[in-house]
Design a protein around this ligand. Structure first.
Ligand SMILES: N[C@@H](CCC(=O)N[C@@H](CS)C(=O)NCC(=O)O)C(=O)O
Length: 216
């Protein structure tokens, strides 16, 4: 059985949504950030970065949310959350997932936590935050343009794990008040409506103690 080490609304959220969508057995283990449990010696053995999430599958341990999605879609190819390996669609699936985790997620992290890069210098923090917001918005605009031309989902008519990853990041943007909100983009907004109304997604959010109204 899979075990997902999570904290509500953290980067565990996309793996959690995917586990629910796949309908496979799994358990959740809370890593309590309120007491810095992600830096405990036990957790660091699983994830030496001390970050959430981590997935275990028997003896297999995987960290990085996008890697967890890739692992899970490959373990359950019949569920159709990623195109077949070796196809053009699979290439685009990799492209968008890596873009979301490497470019958009990183910009969002710098926007949330500018102090990590600014050595607690107030002026540097404000500047990093403003730059990261501009960068995140530029990436949201690229996504919107892609969805308008090729949507409603990243891979056209077929929902995939990439759409769940975008939902997670839009949820963060919503909670933290990114300006303008991702929902100011119509195609992104339509995609979010479709995703958050799916029963599996509602269950994942409810199980994290979040209301399903307005999660993104
Ligand atoms: N790129 C990583 C980011 C993981 C990450 O930064 N997680 C945050 C929560 S969203 C965390 O654990 N922060 C606590 C810390 O850095 O101490 C992933 O997607 O798994």
């Amino acid at each position: 059985m899979y075990t997902l080490y999570y904290y509500p609304s953290n980067a565990s959220s996309a793996p959690h949504m995917l586990l629910e969508e796949l309908g496979v057995p799994y358990q959740l283990v809370l890593v309590d950030r309120k007491v810095n449990a992600q830096k405990s010696p036990e957790y660091l053995k699983l994830n030496p970065n001390g970050r959430i999430p981590t997935l275990t599958d028997g003896p297999v341990v995987i960290f990085e949310s996008a890697a967890i999605l890739l692992y899970l879609v490959d373990k359950h190819p019949e569920k159709g959350f990623a195109p077949a390996v070796g196809t053009a669609e699979r290439g685009h699936f990799y492209q968008w997932l890596v873009f979301l985790t490497n470019s958009l997620q990183e910009a969002m992290m710098n926007w949330f936590y500018p102090e990590r890069l600014a050595n607690n210098n107030e002026a540097a923090m404000a500047s990093i935050k403003a730059g990261a917001q501009t960068r995140a918005n530029m990436f949201f605009a690229v996504i919107e343009q892609h969805l308008v031309a090729n949507g409603p989902f990243f891979l056209g008519k077929k929902l995939s794990a990439v759409d769940l990853y975008l939902t997670m990041i839009c949820h963060w943007a919503h909670r933290r008040g990114l300006v303008p909100p991702p929902r100011s983009h119509q195609a992104i907004s339509r995609l979010l409506d479709t995703i958050i109304n799916r029963p599996a997604i509602k269950k994942a959010f409810t199980d994290e103690g979040l209301t399903t109204d307005n999660i993104a």
